[in-house]
Design a binder for this molecule. Structure first.
Ligand code: NAD
Ligand code: MG
Length: 412
């Protein structure tokens, strides 16, 4: 066990969410290695305040301005040392570039995470990235920010952390294929035709992982796995033809790399996001343990199955959008955020999620995303297009028109 602490000062973007809370747990288990410089959330002032009381950060930030000003007022009457309270988008950018921090963990959900990713990298931080949407929607901007700021980026997503760990010490030219594992979500094993009317509660009940609401629905549609294929393509610069997905319902093998000699390397571990979070924070070192030893003899059978095209239309659409490139992945992400919200609020059926995304992709005039302005314009266009479809198109009509972009041979 190493005696010298890493002494890393960390800012968490999205500290009140699922990944944010698990990151705090990891940090509190390793006080010599990690401490909190600042915490950012959207509007959950009560939870943010509780977190600040236990971690004593230099600042806290709420992106929702009204919630931030209420929190500021509340803290005025509090006794003892108080953190600075930042507010709004400007607060988020200041937090991501905070002088007193070495590392930023970005656990914001959705396209809203891109601005923090870019600000952290431009400020030269080490970025532990859970917000996969940054890479899906703004890969070119992320790579430019990495070059400009000479920061570093390490993924938190369990599959990409597994790939990273398998690639350590290997020559990239000897990689033949990346194999991402997928649990299959709550509906794996059911016929696709039975899924049109599943409820939000059924779709949110993931068998292996407890996550935020959007990623839980994306795991049920498998759109999340499509986002992860794009994330892997952007992170590791591997061609789409060389990235495969295999269903592995136990979520013990987190992903694999196949090499040119036919050998496969896998990373295994318990189904617990705190391990990839710890790896991202401690990288390039390994520290711990923070969890009880993992007993392989209790795991039982490990199963691997093929994902057939057509079973998960959202997955097929996501990979098609990734392959088409340009602004299509940003449209996919934004339209999905709107579609998932419409499903969760009962406005649309489960099956409509893919159809709504499909309509936005089919209507889109692609462009190259070269600036934050381009990203914002595409993101806003796609949200408006998806909202128009939610409001105007009859479910049965979009149901029968589904997957137009796939039928049109949009996939190369
Ligand atoms: P969540 O919904 O539980 O939490 C989201 C966090 O983002 C909250 O703290 C919220 O306050 C904050 N937030 C939301 N909108 C914001 C905005 N506009 N500005 C600033 N902050 C905002 O989500 P989660 O499950 O923790 O997922 C976070 C990210 O991590 C997602 O990109 C997800 O794909 C990725 N991820 C999650 C898991 C998991 O197990 N939960 C696993 C792998 C990757
Ligand atoms: Mg994942």
């Amino acid at each position: 066990m190493d005696r010298q602490g890493l002494e890393q000062r960390i800012v968490i973007l999205g500290s009140t969410g699922s990944i944010g809370r698990q990151t705090l747990d990891v940090i509190m288990k390793r006080p010599d290695d990690f401490s909190i410089a600042g915490l950012v959330a959207f509007s959950d002032a009560d939870e943010l305040r509780r977190q600040a009381e236990t971690t004593r950060p230099e600042f806290i930030c709420l992106v929702d301005e009204a919630a931030a000003s209420r929190l500021r007022d509340d803290l005025e009457s509090a006794v003892g040392p108080k953190p600075a309270v930042l507010a709004g988008e400007a607060g988020l950018l200041a937090a991501a570039a905070w002088d007193g921090a070495d590392t930023v963990l970005n656990a914001i959900v959705g396209g809203a995470g891109l601005a923090g990713t870019l600000a952290a990298l431009e400020a030269g931080k080490k970025l532990a990235l859970a917000n996969k949407e940054s890479l899906v929607a703004g890969a070119r901007l992320v790579k430019q920010a990495l070059e400009r700021g000479s920061g570093s980026l390490i993924p938190v997503d369990s599959e990409h952390s597994a790939l990273w760990q398998c690639l350590v010490g290997e020559d990239r030219s000897e990689v033949a294929r990346l194999l991402l594992t997928a649990s299959g979500g709550p509906f794996w094993g059911r016929d696709a035709s039975e899924l049109a009317d599943v409820t939000a509660a059924e779709a949110l009940a993931h068998p292996r992982w407890e996550m935020g609401r959007r990623i839980s629905i994306d795991s049920a549609t498998l759109l999340n796995k499509g986002l992860e294929v794009i994330e892997a393509h952007e992170l590791y610069e591997v061609d789409y033809d060389l990235i495969d997905v295999v269903i592995h319902p136990q979520s013990i093998v987190h992903s694999l790399v196949e090499f040119v000699d036919g050998s496969l390397k896998a990373q295994l571990g318990p189904t617990d996001m705190r391990l990839p979070i710890l790896y991202a924070l401690s990288w390039p070192k390994r520290i711990g343990p923070i969890l009880p030893a993992f007993d392989l003899t209790t795991v039982g059978d490990l199963v691997f199955e093929a994902l057939e095209p057509g079973w998960a239309p959202c997955f097929d659409l996501a990979v098609a959008a990734g392959r088409a490139g340009r602004s299509y992945p940003a449209v996919l992400n934004a339209a999905d955020e709107v579609a998932v919200a419409a499903f969760l609020s009962g406005l649309r059926r489960f099956q409509d999620i893919g159809n709504l995304i499909d309509f936005a992709l089919a209507e889109h005039e692609p462009l190259d995303i070269r600036s934050v302005g381009d990203f914002t314009a595409v993101d806003e266009w796609a949200r408006a297009a998806a909202r128009r479809s939610v409001a105007s198109i009859d479910s049965t009509a979009i149901g029968s028109a589904g997957n137009t972009i796939l039928k049109r041979g949009f996939v190369i």
